[in-house]
Write a protein that binds this ligand. Structure first.
Ligand SMILES: Nc1ncnc2c1ncn2[C@@H]1O[C@H](COP(=O)(O)OP(=O)(O)OP(=O)(O)O)[C@@H](O)[C@H]1O
Ligand SMILES: [Mg+2]
Length: 442
């Protein structure tokens, strides 16, 4: 090779290494190491032929730097193989290893110590997704009566009354919840977990998509394998499924394709194997049209989770302002319901929080206070008989009482917090529901 070819080759290797290192996921660390080593060889050759001392010493410096980079990568690879890598899997949520000892291991060729510890690490990552605190109940989810009904029939009833679901009456196995952002899909799934005693895996794409090539498929396999090995029926909830199951494209990278194929395989496996009734799969997305049709087809029910209607909006405002003193008439509530048309559940949660803060702002500005019967102090006008002159900082914190929330607090908050779901987005959902949905509430 000519001298110039060594330079161009070394530069190309470094560029590819940098590109790989810049990736957020599926980093091929072996490729990075191979490139660095190839670059080292080129630099060695260049150094050997170099007579100019200045360039020679620059190449020596580069060689040392490459050597330490290769060393770092080699150590990283060893860590990955011996389970010391903090980055390989999502950080542990310190959940007790409930079923660790009872789970069937995902079979993997080899069986070296490194592989075993990787398997253990994978299993522990999956066990971390098991939901332990189940404090959101169906009653904490406003509206969505049809979705609750469908989930009750699909998951809760078969778990409580398995004998009712034998013979031809088979329980649903896979349900997709779709709808605009902030309409309560994730919350609803958490509420399902509270209604059942089975193992409930609450998985997000971040739990399954590893930074390292090949790991994601193994995590998916481990998830289904773990769920199958549990006593009774388990529920796997995969939130934001679109980030794993996007439509296939020709530009798609090979490993992304492999991850999808593995998920499809596991979904099929849960269908065909003797363990077919052991797993219930619940998924959620706010962009269902981005899902690969192969996945869409496999959901027996696709439930639309719409924006909250009137009664649900009222319930949502009350839900998010509970334990706060209110001074609103029936008419005021009615006005709020009208004015929040088009708001999502999360828009309502945010705007309600905004309203709840208004009295706190008043406290900071208040210069006059009235004494309550119990000795505490509430802000008032200067004209209030017996008004006391203080600033907030003069009053001991436990003596301060904010005023009640009123309609104008809500109206002010409404000005600041607009609806986030547009009519165009809603139209897209309606079209999708017409083609693929199962239920829709107007
Ligand atoms: N139906 C509802 N009942 C009670 N709270 C709700 C409801 N819908 C939304 N919220 C509020 O909005 C927040 C966001 O809800 P959630 O995360 O379930 O929405 P999502 O539909 O999963 O949104 P995304 O599609 O963006 O993931 C919740 O924490 C809750 O405070
Ligand atoms: Mg969600």
């Amino acid at each position: 090779m000519e001298e110039i070819s060594f330079y161009t080759d070394a530069i190309a290797c470094l560029k590819q290494t940098l590109r790989e290192g810049d990736k957020d996921s599926n980093v091929d660390i072996q490729l990075m190491l191979r490139n660095i080593q190839r670059c080292q060889t080129s630099v060695e050759k260049l150094k050997h032929n170099q007579e100019d001392q200045f360039f020679k010493s620059a190449l020596e410096k580069l060689g040392r730097s490459l050597c330490s980079q290769a060393d770092i990568l080699e150590r990283k690879i060893t860590q990955l193989n011996t389970n010391l890598c903090g980055n390989l899997l999502p950080p542990s949520r310190h959940q007790p290893l409930t079923a660790a000892t009872t789970t069937t291991e995902v079979s993997e060729p080899g069986g070296s110590e490194g592989q075993t510890s990787q398997k253990r690490e994978r299993r522990s990552a999956i066990e971390d997704t098991i939901l332990n605190s189940r404090n959101i109940k169906f009653c904490d989810v406003a509206g969505l009566a049809e979705a609750k009904q469908a989930l009750t029939e699909a998951i809760i009833m078969p778990l409580h009354y398995p004998k009712l679901f034998t013979g031809g009456r088979k329980p649903w196995k896979r349900i997709l919840l779709f709808g605009p952002p902030g309409t309560g899909k994730s919350r609803l799934a958490q509420a399902v977990a509270a209604e059942i005693n089975s193992t409930f895996y609450s998985v997000s794409s971040a739990d399954l998509i590893s930074s390292w090539v090949g790991e994601s498929e193994k995590l998916i396999k481990e998830l289904f394998c773990h769920a199958t090995s549990q006593p009774g029926r388990s529920v796997i909830f995969i939130d934001e499924i679109d980030s794993i199951c996007r439509q296939r494209s020709s530009r798609e990278e090979e490993h992304t394709r492999r991850v999808k194929t593995e998920l499809l395989k596991q979904m099929e496996g849960a269908d065909n194997s003797g363990t077919s009734d052991k797993i219930f799969l619940l998924c959620a997305t706010n962009c269902p049209w981005e899902l690969d049709s192969a996945f869409l087809r496999r959901f027996q029910k696709r439930i639309y989770i719409p924006l909250p209607e009137n009664a649900a909006r009222l319930q949502l405002i009350k839900l998010h302002s509970k334990d706060t003193r209110m001074n609103l008439s029936e008419e005021d509530w009615g006005m709020l319901v009208d004015k929040t048309e088009g708001y999502s559940g999360s828009d309502i949660a945010t705007f309600t929080l905004g309203a709840l803060f208004e009295p706190v702002r008043d406290l900071q500005a208040s210069l006059h206070w009235r004494q309550l019967a119990n000795g505490q102090l509430a802000p008032c006008n200067s004209s209030f008989p017996g008004a006391l002159s203080f600033t907030l900082s003069d009053i001991p914190p436990d003596q301060i009482v904010p005023r009640d929330i009123n309609l104008s607090d809500f109206l002010k908050a409404l000005q600041a917090h607009r609806r986030t779901v547009t009519d165009e987005e809603l139209e897209k959902f309606h079209k999708f529901t017409q083609h693929f949905g199962e239920t829709e509430t107007p």
